[in-house]
Design a protein around this ligand. Structure first.
Ligand SMILES: C=CC1=C(C)c2cc3[nH]c(cc4nc(cc5[nH]c(cc1n2)c(C)c5CCC(=O)O)C(CCC(=O)O)=C4C)c(C)c3C=C
Ligand SMILES: [Fe+2]
Ligand SMILES: [Fe+2]
Length: 300
């Protein structure tokens, strides 16, 4: 846990801890302090995150889906833990790959997530002197198949309640400072939500989960939203994790345990939509994103 958190808090694109020369020193101390709390969350979901296994399944399914559209290898890498770009890029070079399409698994762009991952990928290729052409898919908040798949999850979720629930979109939070400095994350979230609501015809509520430090984070927080809905008489909540495409600690622990219990204490039943994971329709969305790149061979 601690080395993973150290890598995360060492990244100045996600958090600035004083002047650059103190970053790693402070990162180590924060990682040490936070590790027990993080470890406890991962323990509650079985002792580790399923995010890598699911991402690998997505990669395999995407490679298969691209199979008759050209010669594609699909590999996944992570930003703060293995497999790093520095492990995957040399492997791709050995396989004779010349061109890389970078597909961030964040539908909505933020400097803290997609931005940092793309920086890491490009820097690593430069550092290792690997002469790839790297094409970047920067964001895809309203990709039609992705939206259809998510809308399907919402319809399925609604069917599990006896009386109609309120739809609550819970996005990962971000310090407000990012938005003030021009980060498009919130605009991208609104793009996803308005595309969804065109299909479902249902209006939901956007809120932000998993704040993790003493700065001003996006509002309203998911716990505040739960309290607000409870006091307005709401009894059922369908929570849609809107900024994630797989299951991991933020969905399995925070939503399915922490927020569900919080809602129960407020007299509400909370259920969440199923993650997209390797759903064939979602993999079809990823395939279309790859094939919509200018240099990609046309679909057959
Ligand atoms: C859209 C997704 C995400 C945004 C935006 C994001 C911003 C962000 N995150 C941290 C700090 C932590 N994130 C941690 C885990 C984590 N974060 C995301 C996604 C976004 N983060 C995911 C999918 C995960 C879980 C991965 C997994 O292993 O299951 C953690 C570690 C866990 C914990 O201790 O809570 C930290 C820390 C910041 C500071 C930030 C915005 C600046
Ligand atoms: Fe995070
Ligand atoms: Fe987080």
């Amino acid at each position: 846990m601690e080395p993973f958190l150290y890598n995360l808090f060492s990244d100045r694109q996600i958090i600035r801890l004083g002047p650059w020369f103190l970053q790693k020193f402070i990162a180590r101390r924060i990682a040490r302090k936070r590790a027990p709390k993080s470890r406890e969350s991962y323990r509650k979901i079985g002792g580790g995150s399923p995010i890598l296994a699911i991402t690998k399944q997505q990669a395999r399914a995407l490679e298969e889906a691209l199979g008759n559209s050209g010669d594609y290898l699909v590999r996944s890498c992570m930003r703060y833990w293995h497999p790093f770009a520095s492990e995957i890029l040399p492997e791709l070079a050995r396989e004779g790959v010349g061109e890389i399409i970078a597909l961030p698994l964040y539908p909505q762009y933020s400097v803290a997530t997609t931005g940092s991952s793309l920086t890491d990928l490009n820097r690593t290729a430069d550092r290792l002197k690997l002469p790839f052409t790297i094409r970047e898919i920067r964001s895809w908040p309203d990709q039609p198949q992705y939206i259809r798949c998510l809308a399907g999850r919402i319809r399925e979720g609604l069917g599990r309640f006896k009386s109609t629930p309120e739809v609550v979109y819970s996005a990962h939070s971000l310090p407000q400072k990012f938005i003030d400095e021009g980060d498009p994350y919130v605009d991208d979230l609104h793009k996803t939500i308005s595309a969804l609501e065109k299909i479902t015809g249902i209006q939901g509520h956007l809120c932000y989960q998993s704040r993790s430090g003493p700065v001003e984070w996006l509002e309203p927080s998911t716990p505040d939203m739960l309290r607000r809905l409870a006091s307005s008489g709401c009894r059922n909540i369908l929570m849609v994790p809107i900024s994630f495409v797989s299951d991991h600690v933020e969905t399995l622990y925070e939503i399915d345990m922490l927020y569900r219990d919080m809602a129960a204490e407020l007299g509400m039943e909370l259920r969440s939509t199923r993650a997209l994971n390797d759903d064939p329709e979602f993999i079809g969305a990823l395939r279309d994103l790859v094939l919509s790149q200018p240099s990609a061979p046309a679909a057959m």
